[in-house]
Design a protein around this ligand. Structure first.
Ligand code: CP
Length: 305
């Protein structure tokens, strides 16, 4: 079944059928990867990976996804090395790049940049993170990870912890999980970084139960504990970042006797102690690995139109 959109800028675009179709295609891509043999279904196709904000996982997993499918990749890496630095508009950059490549993935520090890009792109465009806005492919790989780790999505209790104000992955994942049934959300953050109204109003409209708290204890009875980094780059005041950066740190002893699956979009900067890594609960490196089949699925589905 084709996706109901040509460009992916927000998880709000997805229907439940779209989300399920991506999960199913990602599982098929995992089988392709497991064969360990070259696959050439994207032979002759080019992905442009435009990363104007730092990234390790998203950029490399997009590139790996295209290469694993037999396609090729062109990159623009770093704002100061691009013509955006000279004052070129996002629209002009994308108009041009979409005449070079068959599909574009872009990360940019400005919220709304993805919508500007998608409005002019001549080829499928994917938002790989637009400032504090959205990170839809992260949410899809998070969803795929939840489905794989828990065997279901419906009925789960999900706790999201940390920087919920600027954490675009939290916003995107909440909107995506909102497509499933009987979920309950617990948002744990300092009051300065609480979940924005655009997310709580979505939950209220859909009648999805949620609670907000500042204490970490509320997270430990969840099925999913989604940890996030306090994002230094979003703070105007460095001392405010220093005060909040280690407000929630997860240790192995807090998970004793708990069945929770621990996720984190990564990178982590101290909010999950490495003593958690050896626990079966720790799914964050498996989550990062799932970025490849999920992005393989999206590339193929968007290019088959
Ligand atoms: N999760 C994520 O977006 O990681 P990167 O910033 O390394 O791409």
């Amino acid at each position: 079944m084709p996706l109901s959109f040509r460009h992916l800028t927000s998880t709000k675009q997805l229907s439940r059928a779209d989300a399920d179709a991506v999960l199913s295609r990602a599982a098929a891509m995992d089988k392709v990867l497991a064969k360990g043999k070259p696959d050439d279904r994207m032979h002759g196709k080019i992905l442009a990976a435009l990363f104007y904000e730092p990234s390790t996982r998203t950029r490399l997993s997009f590139e790996t996804a295209m290469l694993r499918l037999g396609g090729q990749v062109i990159t623009a890496d770093g704002f100061q090395f691009s013509s955006l630095y000279k004052g070129e508009t996002i629209e002009d950059t994308i108009t041009m790049v979409s005449q070079y490549a068959d599909i574009i993935a872009m990360r940019h520090p400005e919220q709304g940049s993805a919508d500007k890009a998608a409005s002019v792109s001549l080829v499928p465009f994917i938002n790989a993170g637009d400032g504090p806005g959205q990170h839809p492919t992260q949410a899809l790989l998070d969803l795929y990870t939840i489905a794989k780790e828990r065997g279901k999505v419906d009925g789960l209790r999900v706790a999201m912890v940390g920087d919920l104000k600027f954490g675009r992955t939290v916003h995107s994942l909440t909107f995506l999980l909102g497509l499933y049934k009987d979920l309950h959300f617990t948002y744990v953050s300092p009051k300065e970084l609480k979940i924005p109204e655009k997310v709580t109003s979505f939950l209220k409209e859909k009648d999805i139960p949620f609670e907000e708290m500042t204490t970490f204890d509320g997270a430990f009875d969840a099925d999913i504990i989604y940890m996030t980094r306090i994002q230094k780059e979003r703070f105007a005041d460095a001392s405010e970042y220093e005060r909040l950066k280690h407000v929630y740190v997860l240790h192995a002893d807090q998970l004793k006797g708990k069945n929770a699956t621990v996720l984190h979009p990564l990178p982590r900067v101290g909010e999950i102690d490495p003593d958690v890594d050896a626990l079966p609960n720790a799914a964050y490196f498996r989550q990062a690995k799932n970025g490849v089949p999920t992005r393989m699925a999206l590339i193929e589905m968007l290019l088959e139109g």
